[in-house]
Design a protein around this ligand. Sequence first.
Ligand code: ZN
Length: 369
Amino acid sequence: MITHTFTNHLLESDPFDYSQKNKEIFLNSFKENALHHYHKHEFTRKLWDKLGFHPDMLKSEADLASVPGTMVHLYKEHELCSVPKEELALVLTSSGTGGQKSQQFLDQESLANVKRLALTIHQSLGMADSRQYNYLCFTYDPAVANDLGTAFTDELLTNFTGKNEVYYAIQWNEKIQDFELNEKGVLETLKRFEASDIPTRILGFPALLFEIIEKNNLHLNLGKDSWLQTGGGWKGKADKEIPKHEFRKMIHDRLGIPVEHQRDLFGMVEHGIPYVDCAQGNLHIPNYARVYTRSPRDLSLLPKGERGLLHFLCSYNFSYPAPSLLTTDYGRVGTCTCGIKGDTLILEGRAGVSKHKGCALKALELLKV
Ligand SMILES: [Zn+2]
């Protein structure tokens, strides 16, 4: 397996150490990754040439903000890959709740990198643990859906602790030839886990858990050592979304899981970096990525703290040419008082699904190189 020296060095470093030295490690790793895609991926090279950008122009932290973002839609419409297909170890697909599916291509090195950085981030946030847990995962059984992003994530997350029983709630139904939520199974599993001496970890979509608790009027006590790790947002259930602090309180009241053990994760299949909550419930940005916000009108860089379209940089993936990804999600870069170094990511909804699409977005969709 090939290893890229600077990126290997980055992934050995503490994800929340934002010292000058560590920031330089990210800069070098990003440059290494961008040069790789520039040479191996014709589309990226032509796009950057056209926009007057070359990875050799990256000399300082400030230069990183000048890397042109490639619109997320392009990755949904085209199969963009920087290595021959036979070198791929895994193709990840988003769960695709309506609309187009997203894919990410991972060769062996990139797959090892993403697993490694996810572990380091969770360890640094105090979430990895060698003791045993019972897992209830509101996702597809990875034995039958290993290429789905959510199933991959959940299987990955269950490996950060010792595990006793793992129950996957979305199961394949032979009769209807489709996946379905086994709600009866979920309720039985929760009661079994409540009675067990082993603490519980629940992984899943917040909307689904919220619905099950309400519908079945659940009042359980899973114990102070149990955890809830959510992800995937309130996709398709945005009308029912409740603020995070209310959701955390409700989960504490109804399932007995301490508020500081409830951690949300934001990730995009095309980007792959996990942004994970600290005990205070803020998504922290690791030094394995950079997050900028841009004006929806002209894509100009906005000052830190201002709301705009999220623009992500990362450097771990050498098979998928998305080192600089411009999304259709709104957000801000914030700060947290928990003591973990670095900035936080504040999500503020999705752009582009409605009529209020900025013209820069429309223009980018039409941009063909
Ligand atoms: Zn924090």
